[in-house]
Design a protein around this ligand. Structure first.
Ligand code: ASP
Length: 452
């Protein structure tokens, strides 16, 4: 059995919905279809979820929201009319959104917002199920409430109650035929609608894949595969990555590979379900398969990722290495300020802590530096900003000599100076820190060296 998830661009209009149905019907194993709300039809368009957020805000302000309401309904009506689904489904969607709007003012803002946002996916699933039936193919909509998708945590940022797996698995064992399931939301134990963070339909797909022990979780989007490097920086990149491991995916996603949020697929990864990234617009392409292990060619890498916006807290103290507890006290300063750290390379008498710039705004920086001075009496402490990190990733680096040398030579050849290097014992990646302004040139140089 395959669980397939289709993102917003795959449901943006009737032509896209037709592609979705063709894909699902082409393989009888595609039994669970998770859908997003209709996304952008073209650049400059607005996603239905964003229209719903606007509608909710206007409704809460007490102003007339007819225009925003009309804009949401119009998106579904356009699809339904082009697919000749009849007026019944559009009427049902209109009534559904109107009944949600009736709660404006009565519910707390965050709860009302989730109720409205969830309408995007919920109605998308009902419409797609109807579209299958209009084609004469049996498909049924399944509700997160009836199947037991129980969520906890704050509205807009909810997580799955782990007890849900067994309920979901039982619910799906009684279904036959194609089930169309709305992504992005579930219900609290008290029966309130709650959503995952934005982009959360990936999470729903991943949860269902784990719950039913799917053979594969197919994540349909609008790219042919995951590329070894950002095509916006290296436009000539043509070959996608055919397979990569979960560890490789995690390392690349960490440094900005944008196909999906790595956290979204944790349920599938934990259950060891292979994840296949595929393109709704080119269903013949095999896409990228992400799995527990793969055949590895020694000395090769799968990708190069680069992210900027990091900063580096540099602490120096003579004989630091002999001072028991120095590292713990240094990290305690960050913990007290609620700052997570990313990397921690060290020298004999120096310690660097790389953190995300957004986690260390100027006023926090002042407090952190003062606390470090007070608690550790260093010879020197400073914060460097505008740092980019490069992640060179691949299981093939294990036990292979010269990988770091190759990367450093490539950077040296274009005059880029390396300010930090960090490699964990897994040898699945190494991190190189450089100045932000050199990021794109560095990626191009590394791409040439490893793939050129
Ligand atoms: N529609 C939601 C969003 O735009 C969830 C999703 O598409 O995954 O964030």
């Amino acid at each position: 059995m395959k669980v397939c998830k289709f993102g917003g661009s795959s449901l943006a209009n009737a032509a896209q919905v037709n592609k979705v149905m063709d894909i699902v019907l082409a393989d009888p194993a595609r039994r669970i279809v998770v859908v997003s709300a209709p996304g952008k039809r073209h650049s400059g368009d607005t996603k239905v979820t964003d229209l719903l957020i606007e509608l909710a805000n206007v409704a809460m302000s007490g102003e007339n929201c007819d225009r925003q309401f009309g804009a949401v309904v119009e998106r579904y009506a356009e699809i339904a009319q082009t697919l000749r689904l009849g007026d019944g489904i559009v009427k049902m969607i209109e009534d559904d959104i109107r009944s949600r709007l009736a709660h404006a003012g009565a519910l707390e803002a965050a709860e009302f917002m989730d109720l409205m946002k969830a309408a995007g996916e919920d109605n998308s699933a009902k419409l797609v199920a109807e579209a299958f039936n209009a084609r004469g193919r049996k498909a049924r909509y399944a509700s997160p409430r009836d199947t037991g998708m129980v969520l906890t945590g704050p509205f807009g940022d909810a997580t799955l109650d782990p007890d849900s797996y067994s309920t979901l698995s039982r619910a799906f064992s009684s279904f036959d035929g194609i089930v169309v399931y709305p992504g992005f939301f579930g219900y609290t134990r008290e029966g309130k609608v709650a959503t995952f963070p934005r982009g959360g339909s990936d999470i729903t797909g991943s949860i269902l894949a784990a719950a039913v022990c799917a053979d594969v979780y197919e994540n349909f989007t609008d790219v042919d595969s995951v590329y070894p490097v950002d095509p916006r920086i290296v436009p000539e990149v043509s070959d996608g990555i055919p397979t990569m491991t979960y560890r490789e995916m995690r390392e690349l996603a960490y440094a900005g590979f944008g196909v999906f949020a790595d956290e979204a697929v944790i349920p599938a990864v934990r259950a060891r379900i292979p994840i296949n990234i595929r393109n709704t617009n080119h269903p013949g392409e095999p896409g990228t398969m992400i799995q527990q292990s793969r055949r590895v060619v020694p000395g090769t890498i799968v990708g190069i990722a680069a992210a900027d916006g990091f900063c580096n807290i540099v602490v120096e103290k003579y004989l630091m290495n002999r001072e028991v507890g120095f590292g713990r006290r240094l990290l305690q300063v960050l913990e007290t300020e609620g700052i997570a750290y990313e990397h921690m390379p060290s020298g004999v008498d120096s310690q660097c802590i790389v953190v995300k710039g957004q986690n260390l705004p100027k006023e926090k920086e002042r407090k952190v530096v003062q606390s470090i001075r007070r608690e550790l009496q260093p010879d020197f402490v400073a914060v460097e900003r505008d740092i980019a990190i490069l992640m060179i990733v691949g299981e093939g680096m294990c036990y292979t000599a010269g990988m770091l040398a190759k990367a450093c030579l490539a950077l040296a050849s274009v005059g880029i100076s390396v300010s930090m290097v960090n490699q964990g014992s897994s040898e699945v990646s190494f991190m190189i820190a450089i100045r932000s302004q050199d990021r794109e040139q560095a990626v191009r140089a590394l791409y040439k060296a490893f793939f050129g």
